[in-house]
Write a protein that binds this ligand. Structure first.
Ligand code: PLP
Length: 394
């Protein structure tokens, strides 16, 4: 599949000035993603939220804010961040289970609160309603549209995410149903709108009797809307179908699509070695620490100027300096041999990276920089020994 991870990078040489390791976020690409999402909202009447679990570099929320209806949060801290850093935007929260001691504070930040089960709805729904919040239930349409990725499939058998129709029938009393303003489902991961179309049919089949009583329907995330080639027309048909058929306001809460291809991870070669036939380069970045999805998804991140193994003259296995044997980013080929100090630039590194990294092995957290639309590169944050130590004790 062609990668568009570097399309926005007009001046790669500018990255030579950034001390590595560093994430460099790309303002222009964020804005372009935002514009595309705003166009979708304008044409269909849907409302698009930033899922902060994927991208929560709040210094850049002002770039996205004009294009979005607000933020989506996975719990108290993200809800507070969205409330503080995207002022005026809606704050929606979904959490598989809320903690009683946090709920009052959460009510101070959230506009929509989505519960995972009838039990959670019974426990917290009345307080949310009394506080004037819009209340929703996440449903599980039991419709898997992705293969071989059970960890990313909320519809996998035995999933803890979302209320199935059987659970609904067993537990939803008229009082509980009466608390609801909307339904929510999230079942996709990096998918096109054909998967949404299939899922929407399953939602209709399972919950079509309930939907006319709702004011909104949240289609979750996993829509790869800003990926070149994504079938936007089909997505728009799905949104119009839902809003017309059930009279609901449709929400989408993509994370990836908001910040897709809008960041780079800059790293330098620390050592070059050879084991048998395998040429290896050790980098000043770690997949396990800085881009954990490389190992968890797993996937092979795009690397500027590099090819598939064997495609160019010199193939290397790229890995991190940690003790983890599997801390390997992948095998890549280069036109020239790698040398200590060479800069490597991985693409599509704004999502599920800065918000998911860690300091395993005492790895320093990379600095966070932004490449502005005028080409200037500014430092947003840097980290040191104290950031590592403070997470471990006082
Ligand atoms: C409830 C919910 N909404 C939105 C998202 C964002 O998904 P993505 O970043 O794939 O668009 C997720 C991701 O796991 C999610 O669990």
């Amino acid at each position: 599949m062609p990668t568009h991870a570097f399309d926005a990078l007009n001046d790669p040489a500018a990255l030579e000035r950034v001390p590595t390791p560093a994430y460099v976020l790309h303002e222009g690409q964020l804005r372009r993603n935002g514009e595309l999402l705003a166009g979708l909202a304008a044409r269909t009447g849907c409302r698009v939220l930033l899922a902060q679990k994927a991208f929560s570099n709040f210094n850049l929320y002002p770039v996205l804010a004009p294009f979005l209806a607000g933020t989506e949060a996975s719990g108290l801290y993200e809800a507070r961040l969205g409330h503080e850093e995207m002022p005026g935007g809606e704050v929606h929260v979904f959490c598989a289970a809320y903690r009683a001691q946090e709920f009052d504070e959460l009510l101070g930040y959230a506009d929509h609160i989505v519960f995972n089960s009838p039990g959670q709805l019974a426990r917290f729904g009345p307080a949310a309603r009394a506080a004037g919040r819009s209340v929703g239930l996440r449903v599980n349409p039991e419709c898997s549209t992705q293969q071989g990725h059970a960890i990313y499939d909320p519809c996998a058998p035995g999933s803890r995410l979302g209320t199935t129709r059987a659970q609904w029938d067993a537990q939803m009393t008229p009082e509980l149903t009466g608390l609801l303003d909307g339904l929510h489902f999230h079942t996709l991961c990096e998918q096109d709108s054909d998967a949404l179309e299939v899922t929407l049919k399953a939602v209709e089949q399972k919950f079509g009797d309930v939907l006319p009583r709702m004011r909104w329907l949240n289609l979750g995330g996993g829509h790869h809307i800003t990926r070149p080639g994504y079938d936007l027309a089909r997505l728009e048909r799905c949104i119009r179908y839902a809003s017309e058929r059930w009279g609901v306001t449709v929400y989408l809460e993509p994370g990836e699509a908001c910040a897709l291809n809008a960041g780079f991870l800059c790293t330098r070669v620390l050592d070059v070695l050879k084991n048998g036939e395998t040429d290896i380069a050790i980098l000043d970045m770690s997949a396990a620490c800085y881009a954990p999805d490389v190992l968890e998804m797993p996937y092979r991140p795009p690397l500027l100027g590099a090819g598939e193994p064997g495609e160019l003259a010199h193939t290397y296995r790229l890995g991190g300096p940690t003790c983890l044997a599997g801390d390997v980013i992948g095998d890549y080929s280069f036109a020239a041999p790698l040398r200590v100090g060479d800069l490597l630039v991985f693409g599509d590194m704004a999502i599920y990276t800065t918000c998911k990294n860690n300091t395993f092995n005492g790895m320093p957290l990379p600095g966070i920089w932004v490449m502005r639309e005028n080409g200037c590169i500014e430092r947003l944050a840097d980290f040191g020994y104290e950031d590592f130590k403070r997470r471990l004790g006082r």
